[in-house]
Design a protein around this ligand. Structure first.
Ligand SMILES: Nc1nc2c(ncn2[C@@H]2O[C@H](COP(=O)(O)OP(=O)(O)OP(=O)(O)O)[C@@H](O)[C@H]2O)c(=O)[nH]1
Ligand SMILES: [Mg+2]
Length: 462
């Protein structure tokens, strides 16, 4: 059921459990009234009589006059609050009971418990933030690295909204020119030639493409990259995982088939989470346990964005190596020739048939040789030439990207219509569609189910 926007909502905004403080948040037209019913201030003042952005000290008292907690109450009056409604925050002592009890008292006095993300949803519905900013709030809360935090903070400032509005304005201007052609042609006035209009649409399309391209970087920053270490048994996969993560995470022994289950470790390279997965060595085996491990390795090949193929430099290339190479064909691969501290028997020329020199790296996982080079190569493969330059770029999310792909299709149709010299209403219609699709990114034309999907990702009290 769709909640009403004009009722007053309440939630505990901090995580349950022992903590220094726990905050109960109220938002809505009756929040000050409700708070005043359960709060007795030290100086006998009512909350309704204090200024916005000020605090008042006192106690929460239940209907029978029992003291619940000693608190500080903050008031942020509409429209200068997170939701643009009257907001009251009650700072209780941390712990489960005081905050829960305070929230229950608010409900007894007319508040309704908030849905997940409802505070932010109200900020959106009341026009304080757009949809891309609301999404940035989720990203901010979920940030695990400084990079992803910076990205979210930038989008929270309205970075994406501004860009989308600029694109929308440009589209709108082109439509005006198209419509002017219809009106002016009859009056014999000068009109914008179709050629020029094509150029302008193509320029916007190029800008969309740039945004779409940068989406991947944003996803990498937020969610990291899965990297699977793959190879036959005993080539040094686990040793490599340990070395890269600088931990004794995986068991290393001279016995082939040591690793049975995939071992995962997250490391951060310049703020980018790399999810490294050490896998069981791939070979034909009769052991049931090892077989399961090998199956898992094959699954990780499919899921990984990058494969570190490990070969043993001390052994000749074997059939199984070739089978593995065949299996990972088409993936992003760095070929690591390991154990270069030992006598080299691997036929490197044969390897060059499969991988370009650029992606072949010689290392020693035992001695730590070539590791810096490998790390740099990983970074290069993941990010491409340029580093992730957050300061300059606008980084959208995957939902925005999907929309932009649709926008691009509309623009393609518009270009086609203009190039085929079709009458103005055809390209104009496509531009209008593009304009509306862009509106869905910032929530101007978003449907209820999209809003539901976005706000349900929030935690309660946000
Ligand atoms: N000399 C030398 N030995 C290495 C090197 N890397 C690994 N080893 C040794 O090779 C053996 C196997 O290493 P692991 O890291 O367990 O190999 P693995 O690929 O994980 O093996 P499985 O889990 O059985 O698939 C161990 O005795 C390691 O110490 C290296 O660069 N040089
Ligand atoms: Mg291993």
């Amino acid at each position: 059921m769709e909640a009403e926007i004009n009722d007053t909502i309440v939630a505990v905004g901090t995580r349950a459990g022992e903590a220094a403080i726990g905050i109960v948040k109220l938002s809505g037209s009756r929040s000050i009234f409700i708070a005043d019913k359960i709060f007795k201030s030290k100086n006998k003042k009512k909350i309704k009589d204090i200024n916005t952005y000020s605090m008042i000290y006192g106690h929460i008292v239940d209907n029978e006059g029992h003291l619940i907690d000693e608190v500080i109450v903050t008031v942020m009056k509409n429209p200068g609050s997170y939701t643009r409604e009257d907001v009251v925050e009650i700072n209780c002592h941390g712990g489960i009971i005081a905050t829960t009890k305070t929230m229950e008292l608010c409900i007894e006095n007319g508040a309704r418990i908030a849905d997940p993300g409802e505070f932010t949803k109200r900020a959106f519905l009341n026009g304080r933030i757009d949809l891309s900013q609301a999404e940035a709030v989720i990203d901010l809360v979920r940030s695990r690295t400084e990079q992803s935090l910076r990205l979210a903070a930038k989008n929270l400032r309205g970075n994406i909204k501004e860009e989308i509005n600029r694109l929308r304005k440009n589209l709108f201007d082109i439509r005006v020119k198209l419509e002017a052609r219809v009106d002016f042609i009859e009056e014999d006035l000068e009109v914008t030639p179709y050629q020029e209009i094509t150029k302008e649409i193509i320029k916007i399309r190029a800008e969309l493409e740039e945004l779409i391209m940068n989406e991947k970087k944003g996803e990498i920053i937020k969610n990291g990259v899965k990297i699977a270490i793959i190879g036959k048994p005993n080539v040094g996969k686990s040793s490599l995982l340990n070395l890269l993560s600088r931990k004794e995470k995986a068991i290393v022994t001279p016995i082939p088939g040591t690793t049975r289950d995939a071992v995962e470790e997250i490391l951060y390279v310049e703020g980018i989470p790399l999810i490294l997965i050490d896998t069981a060595g791939i070979r034909k085996t009769r052991s049931t346990i090892e077989k399961i491990g090998v199956d898992k390795s094959l699954k990780h090949i499919d899921e990984a964005e990058l494969i570190l193929l490990v070969l043993d430099g001390n052994r000749k290339l074997e059939q199984i190596d070739l089978q593995i190479i065949n299996k990972i064909k088409g993936k992003s691969i760095i070929c690591c020739i390991n154990k270069i501290d030992l006598k080299q028997k691997l036929e490197v020329e044969r390897i060059r048939n499969y991988f370009s020199e650029k992606y072949i790296i010689k290392i020693s996982a035992l001695k730590g040789k070539g590791i810096k080079k490998l790390e740099n190569k990983i970074k290069y493969v993941i990010l491409g030439k340029g580093d992730i330059d957050l300061e300059e770029k606008i980084i959208i999310n995957s939902r925005h990207k999907e929309k932009l792909e649709e926008v691009k299709k509309s623009l393609n149709r518009a270009v086609e219509a203009v190039e085929n010299k079709m009458s103005e209403e055809f390209p104009s219609y496509d531009l209008k569609t593009a304009f509306e699709l862009l509106g869905e990114i910032i929530g101007e034309t978003a449907r209820e189910d999209i809003l539901e999907k976005i706000f349900s990702q929030f935690c309660i009290g946000k």
